[in-house]
Design a binder for this molecule. Structure first.
Ligand code: T3D
Length: 263
C-alpha cells in the first residue's frame, strides 16, 4: 500500500495536517488534492477541532503543482489549467479562508508556486529561518495563482508583489517577516514546537470570536470604511451572543483566567 499523501492527526482540539510527498518537496498531484480535501472535510465536521496546523514533511513545505503531471508531448492538446484551478486549487484556498477556525502554517522549507500561496492563505504563518517563498510561476510562463496576485499585493504592496511575481526570486523567511508577508520567522529547530504551541493556545481561545475576526478581515479589502463598520456591527452582535464573550467579561471582572469553550 502506498503512503498517505496527507497526514491528519487530531490531538485534543488541534488538527495537524502534514503534506506528505517529501521526495517531491510535497508538490501537489490529484491524489494529494483528494486526500487534503478529505482531511478538510473531517476537520470541518469535527466541532471539537478549534485550531488547525498545516506543515510539510521533509525539507520543503510545498513546491506547488507537480510539473511531472504537466509534461506535454509534441502536438498534444494543452491541459486546461483554468480547469485544474477551478477543480483543485481555488476550492482549497477558499476552504482555508472560509474555515472559521484559526489555521496556523509552519513553513518548514521552500514554499514555491501554489505552495507559497497556500501558506499565505493561512491565518498565522510561521517560517523556519531556512525557508523561502517563491512565486515560481513566471519561471515557467504562468501567472501566480491560488491567491498569488491577491495576498502579496495586500500584504507587501504592489511594488514588492510585482517584483516577486515577475522575477520569481526566492524571498528568504527573514525578509518575508520584515516585509510583513508572514507573522514570524523562527529558528528551524524551534519551528514546529512554536507552531504547535501557537495552535494549542488558539485552540483554547474564543473560537467563534476568532472565526468572526477572520470573516471581518476576509471582507475588509473589498469594503469601504462605511461598509466595514456595518459589518463589524453585525459581527459584534453575533460575538456578543456567544457563551465565550459572557465568560470572558465575567472572568475579567472576577480577575481570573477565562475558560473558553468555543461556543
Ligand atoms: O498546473 C496546474 O494545474 C496549474 C496550477 C499551477 C500551480 C503551480 O504551483 S505552478 C508552479 C509549479 N512549481 C514550480 O514551478 C516549482 C518547481 N520547483 C522548483 O523550482 C525547485 O524544486 C524549488 C525551488 C522549489 C526547490 O529547489 P531545490 O534545488 O531545493 O530542490 P530540487 O532539487 O529542485 O527538487 C527536489 C526534488 O523535488 C526533485 O526531484 P528529484 O530530481 O530529486 O527526483 C525535483 O524534481 C522535485 N520537485 C520539486 N518541485 C517539483 C518537483 N517535482 C515535480 N513538480 C514540482 N513542482
Amino acid at each position: 500500500m502506498s503512503a498517505p499523501l496527507i497526514l491528519l492527526d487530531i490531538a485534543g482540539a488541534v488538527a495537524t495536517v502534514t503534506l506528505n510527498r517529501p521526495d517531491k518537496l510535497n508538490a501537489f498531484n490529484e491524489a494529494m488534492h483528494g486526500e487534503l480535501a478529505c482531511a478538510l472535510d473531517r476537520i470541518e465536521d469535527d466541532g471539537a477541532v478549534r485550531a488547525v496546523l498545516l506543515t510539510g514533511a521533509g525539507r520543503g513545505f510545498c513546491a506547488g503543482q507537480d510539473l511531472g503531471d504537466r509534461v506535454m508531448g509534441e502536438g498534444q492538446e494543452p491541459i486546461d489549467l483554468g480547469e485544474t484551478l477551478e477543480r483543485f486549487y481555488n476550492p482549497l484556498i477558499r476552504r482555508i479562508r472560509r474555515l472559521e477556525r484559526p489555521v496556523v502554517c509552519a513553513v518548514n522549507g521552500v514554499a514555491a508556486g501554489a505552495g507559497a500561496n497556500l501558506a499565505l492563505a493561512c491565518d498565522i504563518v510561521l517560517a523556519g529561518r531556512s525557508a523561502a517563498f517563491i512565486q515560481a510561476f513566471c519561471r515557467i510562463g504562468l501567472v501566480p495563482d491560488s491567491g498569488g496576485t491577491w495576498f502579496p499585493p495586500r500584504l507587501v504592496g504592489r511594488a514588492r508583489a510585482t517584483g516577486l511575481a515577475m522575477l520569481g526570486e526566492p524571498l528568504p523567511a527573514e525578509r518575508a517577516e520584515a516585509w510583513g508577508l508572514i507573522w514570524r520567522c523562527v529558528d528551524d529547530a524551534q519551528l514546529i514546537e512554536e507552531a504547535r504551541a501557537l495552535a494549542r493556545h488558539l485552540a483554547t481561545q474564543p473560537t467563534r470570536g476568532l472565526g468572526l475576526i477572520k470573516r471581518a478581515l476576509n471582507a475588509s479589502p473589498g469594503n469601504d470604511l462605511d461598509v466595514q463598520l456595518d459589518l463589524e456591527r453585525d459581527l459584534q452582535r453575533e460575538a456578543g451572543r456567544t457563551e465565550d464573550y459572557r465568560e470572558g467579561a465575567r472572568a475579567f471582572l472576577e480577575k481570573r483566567r477565562p475558560a473558553f469553550k468555543g461556543r
